[in-house]
Design a protein around this ligand. Structure first.
Ligand code: NAP
Ligand code: GDD
Length: 328
């Protein structure tokens, strides 16, 4: 019998790559997706990977406990991956309550559905390096104290601790992955790497002249989503549930990441980059750098795709997308 996985956030970046991995591993994949009035569901990322017909889409919302209970009862998943969230940090200052409801309390809704209908299922929570915020140690591990700096990070911290609490209170096999930034050609355009690769491709094709950014001195530990979803799956294959940092152990400024993209396109960054004070955040996370040693030791996880390779892949994908658009 094939194992069944239920994935919330199936229409997002990680949902798509995780679904692809689970299908390759022989799972039946069920994806929770919000209904929209403009299209049934936005499946463009699943379509990009050519797997939209292989994932079983279930209507649902993280805010709707009764729907989640019904879904878990019907699907009877062996593994539940909670990837759904209001995940854009900057928006969380504009929508702090919604972010709290979806990104924090939404986790409890999924945990409750699992506890009530399928307590034997293994549960994964998408925690975030944003929880370290104003970093308390130069390299962050599972032992580093948290100091969240945005409504999003505060919400994620709640999700992290409620996952641990359900593990300790009810014995659920519930694990939390503290994932550092991870990107890909399927990254949302509002996040800085994709904003940069999209703009570089537009400039290269003569569709734009400038790229406006905020704080380019911020440093992030960037990996590839494909490597990171593999870590999610590996966590749930462990006999004992636990929490793990997933990171590359290398940190780079936004400026240097940006330079990789411009250089690949044969463009001079200084000719196009404009710093826009409007794009700075009310409170910034200046630097993140993760230590993934525990995941390496426990289950041999290591990233395979480096930053340069990933940014080049993203620029090439955006060039292809935009060239197609220009031709149509
Ligand atoms: P993403 O592309 O923004 O995807 C977020 C997903 O959540 C989308 O499928 C979205 O659906 C869904 N969603 C939002 N509100 C919902 C609701 N009320 N009910 C049901 N689904 C809802 O995010 P991602 O980059 O794939 O990240 C996946 C998870 O990992 C998120 O929880 C994120 O916070 C966390 N995380 C990401 C990173 C990273 O660097 N990517 C790092 C650490 C943690 P719609 O398409 O309908 O909006
Ligand atoms: N988005 C964006 N747009 N960021 C900019 C810009 C800009 O124009 N200019 C500078 N930045 C800086 C931000 O201030 C931040 O310091 C950094 O680039 C990265 O921003 P994002 O790509 O938006 O990601 P994030 O680090 O805030 O959050 C992402 O990673 C978290 C894990 O650490 C998201 O994926 C979160 O959901 C995730 O939890």
């Amino acid at each position: 019998m094939a194992k069944k996985a239920l994935v919330t956030g199936i229409t997002g970046q990680d949902g798509a790559y995780l679904a692809e991995l689970l299908l390759q591993n022989g799972y039946e994949v069920y994806g929770l997706a919000r209904r929209s009035s403009t299209a049934d569901v936005n499946l463009t990322r699943l379509q990009w990977l050519g797997i939209e017909g292989d994932v079983r889409i279930v209507d649902g919302d993280l805010l709707d406990l009764s729907g989640l209970i019904r879904t878990v009862k019907d699907v009877k998943p062996d593994e539940v991956y909670n990837l759904g969230a209001q995940s854009f940090v900057k928006s969380s200052w504009q929508q702090p309550l919604l972010t709290g409801q979806v990104t924090a309390l939404g986790v409890t809704n999924v945990l409750e559905a699992v506890r009530i209908e399928r307590p034997e299922a293994r549960f994964y929570q998408a925690s975030s390096s944003e929880m370290y915020g104003l970093i308390q140690e130069p390299m962050q591990s599972e032992e580093t104290p948290f100091y969240p700096r945005s409504p999003y990070a505060v919400a994620k911290l709640y999700g992290h601790w409620i996952t641990i609490n359900y593990r300790e209170s009810f014995g659920l096999h519930a694990s939390s992955g503290i994932l550092f930034n991870h990107e890909s050609p399927l990254r949302g355009i509002e996040f800085v790497t994709r904003k940069v690769t999209d703009a570089v491709a537009r400039i290269k094709l003569g569709l734009a002249k400038e790229l406006r950014l905020g704080n380019i001195d911020a440093k992030r530990d960037w990996g590839h989503s494909k490597d990171y979803v593999r870590a999610m799956w590996m966590m749930l294959q462990q006999d004992v549930a636990d929490d793990y940092v997933i990171a590359t152990g290398r940190t780079t400024t936004v400026r240097d990441m940006c330079a990789i993209a411009f250089k690949h396109a044969g463009l001079n960054m200084e000719d196009h980059l404009v710093i826009d004070p409007e794009l700075f955040r009310p409170a910034e996370v200046d630097v993140l750098l993760g230590n993934p040693e525990k995941a390496r030791k426990k289950f041999g996880w290591e990233p395979k795709i480096g930053l340069e390779e990933m940014i080049v892949e993203m620029v090439e994908a955006d060039l292809k997308r935009l060239a197609r658009l220009k031709a149509s």
